[in-house]
Design a protein around this ligand. Structure first.
Ligand code: MZP
Length: 501
């Protein structure tokens, strides 16, 4: 047998060392845009996300509700594949019917809508919003809706904070009869306003929403509406029924696929990738995995993978290492595969994005993954905790929890993910059925996570993921310095409310 000389390591064993922070290096200036499919040197990536985060291909995580909420925040979900082709396609269709966070259009919104009615609609779409009524009461006629990352959904009257957002222009335009969306967009564009128009079913402007986090200046809104952009969504597939499943998902409008398997270094996965690339003339994007070394990476890329997913045995619900004795520490896997990816880029001029999958426990693990060469991370446990995830919210003891189970558990019975030929069943479990602490809304939690990532990148002197990957400096830490890193030698008054479980 071959023996690796070094032990394989986890994220907990690394920390980042700050670089010089330039004065322009502030969280507002950090761009988290990242590629999701391979591209040639010097070319613009054909598929990108605004944040480096995707949700896991799991029954307990990625249905259409999580997919809509995450896509609205700039990420992407891979709708779980351990369901019938029809129901998976119907989830994809339900996501694709939403237009990318530009116009909130709902047949039920009219100029006479009450605050209560409109709040219900806004709540469903996951916006973080303040609504304003003419008399300041929750039942009063709606005067305006203000959206910002800084405010939680609140049923409040017009207060000082709200006034900050009210430009004279907003009073001039909103609620005015007969302004078409096109006219509104032209005015927004000419005046360089950060606004989100809300239209009724006839595309007439009803309200304007002001967004701090949305930059409407980059592209003329009307041009974006002709392009007809929908929210992006991915889907998981397997190496068994792909000849039926993939065409159906493509027909449903899926943006990218990912083969879902605990061990991706297989000829079955190679065949699946080649078939998809040949059948759709290379136009359908598909990722492969999971792998933990250079050999696995190169095999999948040579078979046509558009991105490669890294990680075996690190998932919070995963017992593969205990059951089968295979796997590798997530940090070591990622560092080795990223080196192989960089070498491949040098040789061929083709950049293959990497996804670090599983084992993200703290928000800073996401930042470490990026520093180690990942272009984005996939998380299951993180998303299972939110309102939008498909599972039940329960009270256990005195705490609210949500259910979270692995694809290799008896409950999911996703035998295709673990199949190595033979009878079509899950012969033994590789995952557990569990609870995770309930954490509220996806957007509220994700905003905090993203802020932490951006802040750390600023400490390390980077305003883009590409720069961060090139310039970050990491150090191994001893077990005693890990203890030093938490609060110690003090009596804590209360649990840190913002700790990410
Ligand atoms: P985590 O974010 O919960 O730590 O890990 C999620 C990842 O665990 C998934 O993306 C998938 O790769 C992996 N997974 C899903 N089910 C199992 C299992 O039952 C599993 N063993 O390992």
């Amino acid at each position: 047998a071959f023996f690796y000389n070094e032990p394989s390591r986890t994220f907990n064993e690394y920390l980042l060392i700050p670089n010089l922070t330039r004065k322009d290096c502030i969280p507002e200036n950090v761009n988290l845009k990242t590629p999701i499919a391979k591209f040639k040197k010097g070319e613009e990536p054909s598929l990108q996300m605004n944040i480096p985060i995707v949700s896991a291909i799991m029954q307990a995580v990625s249905d259409n509700n999580v997919a809509v909420a995450l896509a609205r925040s700039g990420g992407l979900s891979f709708i779980f594949g351990s369901q019938s082709i029809e129901s998976q396609c119907s989830m994809v269709r339900r996501v694709k019917k939403y237009k990318a966070g530009f116009v909130l259009s709902d047949a039920n919104i009219t100029p006479e809508s009450s605050l209560r009615e409109v709040l219900k609609i806004i709540e469903r779409t996951g916006h973080s919003t303040i609504a304003v009524t003419h008399d300041g009461t929750p039942t009063g006629r709606l005067e305006g809706i203000l959206t910002s990352r800084d405010y939680r959904l609140s049923r409040c009257s017009l207060d000082e904070k709200v006034k900050e957002f009210m430009t004279p222009f907003s009073q001039l335009i909103y609620g005015k009869d007969g302004i078409s969306l096109k006219e509104a967009n032209d005015i927004i564009w000419e005046n360089k306003l950060n606004c989100l128009p809300i239209v009724d079913s006839k595309q007439n402007l009803v309200y304007l929403v002001f967004r701090k986090d949305y930059d409407s200046h980059k592209e003329n809104p009307n041009e974006l509406l002709d392009k007809n952009k929908s929210l992006m969504v991915g889907a998981g597939i397997n190496t068994k029924d792909y000849k039926d499943r993939v065409p159906a998902l493509v027909e449903a409008g899926v943006d990218i696929l990912c083969i879902d398997s605990s061990d991706g270094y297989t000829e079955w996965q190679g065949d699946t990738l080649k078939w998809i690339k040949e059948t759709f003339n290379g136009e359908v994007k598909v990722g492969g995995g999971n792998v933990v070394d250079k050999e696995g990476f190169l095999y999948l890329v040579e078979c046509g993978a558009d991105f490669v997913k890294v990680g075996i045995g690190g998932g919070s619900i995963c017992i593969t290492r205990e059951q089968k004795g295979i796997g590798r520490g997530q940090a070591t896997s990622l560092i080795e595969v990223a080196a192989a990816r960089d070498e491949y880029f040098q040789k061929t001029g083709i950049y293959v994005p990497l996804c670090s999958d599983g084992g993200i426990v703290h928000d800073y693990h996401i930042t470490l993954s990026l520093a180690m060469g990942a272009d984005f991370v996939m998380m299951g446990r993180y998303f299972a905790r939110f309102d939008e995830s498909p599972t039940q919210k329960l009270m256990v003891g005195n705490n609210y929890v949500k259910e979270y189970w692995g694809e290799g558990s008896k409950r999911a019975r996703n035998w295709e993910r673990y199949d190595l030929g033979g009878s079509q069943k899950l012969s033994f479990e590789e995952g557990v059925d569990s609870y995770v602490p309930y954490a509220g809304k996806l957007k509220d939690n994700l905003d905090i996570t993203l802020h932490k990532i951006k802040s750390t990148m600023c400490n390390c002197g980077s305003t883009s993921i590409d720069e961060f990957q090139r310039t970050a400096r990491l150090t191994l830490v001893s077990s005693t310095s890990i203890i030093e890193g938490g609060a110690h030698d003090v009596i804590l008054k209360e649990q840190n409310m913002f700790a990410n479980g």
